[in-house]
Each structure stands twice: as C-alpha cells, then as structure tokens.
Design a protein. Structure first.
Length: 433
C-alpha cells in the first residue's frame, strides 16, 4: 500500500509554491500519495507562515489536534517560515513533532523525513534549491520563483529573518522553466518573489545585468505564452521604465499590487519603507494615466506604533484617492527579531481594531460603487476553475474574477464574457465570443 501524505499550507504564494516543491519531491522520490484526511496520513506536514502572531498560536493548537487524532506511527513535520524562526523551540513545545524544516530548506524534505527530531533552518544560499522535482497544482498556469529572500528592512517584518537575503534566480533558468510550462499547456505564468521588481540586485554567481523590466521583456518573447502576472512588487522600485513596460506590454496582465502599508509619510519613515505618501500617489497617478484599465490592490497595516489619528486620516485619504480594487488589511502584530517590536507609543488594541473596521467598511463602499460600473462590460476571461454549482470561473486580464454557466470544456480556454450580475468578490457573466 502507498504511503499517504497530508499537507496544510498557510501564508503567501511563496509558501504555496514551496508546498508544490515538497509534494513533487515526496511523491516522485519517496512514493507518497496525497490525501485530504490527516487521520489516515503516514506523514503530516504543515507549511507555516510567521508574518503575524495569530497563525503562530494557531500552529500549536493545530499540532495538538494532529497528534491526538493521527495514525499511531504517522510522522509530523513543521515546515516554512515559523519553522525558520522558532527552530528547535517547536520540538521543545511540541515534543511529538518529528522534524522542523525552514522556508529556505524545503529542497531537503526527502532527506529530513528519515531523521528523527532533526531541525534544518539554515538561511544561507544553497544551490540545490533550484533543483526540484516538479509538481504543478494547476495545468493552466505556472508559478515560477524568480528570487528568494528579501533585502529590505521594514521594521515590522520578520520575513528577512525567515527567508534570508535576497538572491535572484538566473534569468535563463526562469525563461527555460516558462518555456517548459508553456509547452505542457500553461498559457499564464505567475512570477513570485518577496520583492519582484528588485530582481537582478544580486545573483549567486556571475550574471549579466538584468533588471525586472528586462526580465519581463524577455519572458514576453515566448510565443505561446499569453499572460504574465507577478507578486509582490515594491512601490519604491516602481520607476518610470517599469510602469511604462507594464502599461505597453500586452502580455503583462493589467493588475498591479502596490503594498501601501500606511498613507502617512511619518509612519512610512518609521516602517523604513523608503517612500512617502507623495511618491506613492505619484506612482499611482503615472500608472493610472498610462494604463487606465489597470486594477490596483494593496496591503495596509493599521495601529503601527505611533500611528496618530492624523496618520490614520492620511491612510484613509490615500484609500479615497486611489480607490483600490482590493485591499488586504491587518492590525499591526509585533514580531520577534524586528525593530518595531521595541517601538514606544503602542496603539491601543481597541483603537487599532476600530481603525481596521473603519478602513474595511470604507473599502466596501468604494468597491460597491466601482463594481456597479462593471455591469455590461466585456472581458477576456481565462478559465481555470470549476464550481460545484455548474459554473466555470476565471480571471480577466485585470484580475476580475468572473463565473459563467459551463463545465470542463472551458478550462484552459479564453472567452469574451459580458458581465450580467455583480457580487463583491465574484461577478457573473455570459459568454459572448
Ligand atoms: N503585522 C501586521 N501585518 C504585517 N504584515 C507584515 N508584517 C506584519 C506585521 N508585523 C503584512 C504587510 C505585508 C503582508 C504580507 O503582511 O501588509 O505586506
Ligand atoms: Fe509568506 Fe512571509 Fe508568511 Fe513566510 S512569513 S509564508 S514569506 S507571508
């Protein structure tokens, strides 16, 4: 009988890609078969996120549940960012955990499963990271890492500690991977990195000067490739050349993530973001002028230490000016090994919660107003999901999620879809061509 593998993935797109890598290694080298039920699994993995405190708490309660209900000899492994940052502390707090594997070490998964109480959390660069077996959770689009780690020092962020220094992956490897994915049917690629538009800052060896804009140009030459998406870019690195290429290159999807974090120049300085409110608005203005159809999403943190009512007003002001299409908003969460954990003028928990609620309801109003304008528009949709209610769903070039009545034959296909009904997260439409 095959050995069964259960993996739970928390956190960002980088983590999802790491999970794909681990599945590939374990299914191809170790003969595992996937299961959705941890109670029957022989190996239980949890790929963790440490960006905020709550998921870390959740990890230990979840591990307790796994331990209680697992099969008698099943192993439990903790992988990813919390593994990197807590290391052997995890085995101290949960002694039944068999191994701990950091975010930068996932290529070692098939070795570590054979060791008991092993902890691998080195964040130094390791060439073997590029040499994975391959597993893809979607045949229609391919996620490709273009860099690892992060060289920024945002004062709230634990990521540089969990994922290490930023290293760009040689462009030839990225282009070959994109060509290979296209040759097996993917029409869309999704480039991943903590700070994608800082691409090319450092390679592990000799490499010609290639920045992110040039990488996009090179990738877009792949003939059968139709769409390129990427996340996350940093507003600081959004120079004119980048915005111009984004706007004029028809293969680059017109949806930009611009993580604002705060609209107050003072708070941005305390966060060490490297830009001001004015710079951010200037970049948005340039983008909207050059590419009016682009949708813009953002990340916002409220309740950062020292955030006054006026600072929060600045954030609201940017929200109203930009009218973001999507926001991911969070209450500030102090993290170990970050500068901001020592900052004074901590914002009262209740005040932070009320700011978050206010921000989110303002965004809902903006969205309802803007979504209403989409009724009757037609978008070219790339179908990639089936819903159980007889609908197929996909995304427009500018990242609007649309569903239509339909089944498998639509998957992997482009269709022109006219919007017939509006919802907050998904629109309904009918195929017109
Ligand atoms: N507290 C709250 N939110 C955070 N983020 C990162 N670190 C923290 C923190 N300490 C948010 C940022 C980032 C997103 C991935 O998570 O908004 O862009
Ligand atoms: Fe992703 Fe950051 Fe969370 Fe790690 S800590 S999973 S890099 S969001």
């Amino acid at each position: 009988m095959s050995k069964l593998l259960f993996i739970e993935t928390l956190g960002c797109a980088m983590n999802s890609r790491d999970t794909e890598h681990m599945i590939a290694e374990l299914t191809e080298k170790e003969g595992f078969v996937m299961t959705n039920d941890f109670k029957v699994a022989d190996l239980i993995l949890i790929n963790t996120c440490s960006v905020r405190e709550r998921p870390v708490h959740k990890l230990f309660s979840e591990l307790g549940g796994f331990n209680k209900h697992k099969k008698p000899h099943a192993k439990i492994g903790v992988c990813g960012c919390t593994a990197s940052h807590l290391g052997k502390e995890i085995i101290k707090r949960a002694p039944y955990v068999n191994f701990v594997l950091g975010a930068r070490n996932v290529s070692k998964i098939s070795e570590i499963i054979h060791k008991d109480k092993a902890v691998e959390i080195d964040i130094n660069y390791d060439d073997s990271e590029f040499a994975f077996k391959d597993f893809r959770s979607s045949p229609f689009k391919g996620f490709i890492n273009i860099s690892m780690g992060c060289d920024k020092s945002c004062t709230y962020c634990i990521v540089p500690k969990t994922r290490g220094d930023e290293i760009s992956i040689p462009d030839a490897l990225i282009i070959n991977e994109a060509k290979r994915l296209v040759s097996i049917g993917a029409k869309e690629i999704f480039l991943l990195g903590q700070n994608v538009n800082n691409y090319g800052r450092r390679f592990s060896g000799e490499h010609e000067d290639v920045n992110f804009t040039e990488l996009l140009r090179r990738l877009s030459k792949i003939e059968e490739l139709e769409r390129i998406r990427f996340t996350s870019p940093h507003p600081f690195h959004m120079d004119d050349e980048f915005i111009e290429e984004f706007s004029s290159n028809p293969k680059i999807c017109k949806s930009m993530h611009m993580p604002l974090q705060s609209g107050s120049t003072k708070v941005l300085k305390d966060m060490k973001r490297g830009y001001s409110k004015e710079w951010f608005l200037n970049r948005v203005n340039k983008l909207k002028t050059m590419c009016p159809e682009a949708t813009i999403s953002t990340d916002i943190i409220v309740g950062f230490p020292g955030e006054s009512d006026e600072d929060f007003e600045d954030t609201l002001d940017v929200m109203k000016t930009v009218e973001f299409d999507q926001i991911f908003s969070f209450k500030y969460s102090p993290r170990p090994e970050t500068e901001a954990q020592y900052f004074k003028n901590v914002v009262d928990e209740e005040l932070a919660s009320s700011r978050l609620t206010f921000l989110q309801s303002l965004h809902n109003e903006i969205m309802d107003k803007n979504n209403a304008k989409l009724l009757g528009n037609t978008y070219r949709v790339y179908f990639e999901d089936l819903h159980s209610d007889g609908h197929a769903a996909g995304r427009s070039d500018n990242n609007i999620v649309v569903k239509v009545k339909g089944s498998e034959e639509l998957l992997g296909q482009f269709r022109d879809v006219k919007i017939t009904a509006i919802g907050r997260t998904i629109l309904t439409g009918e195929i017109v061509a």
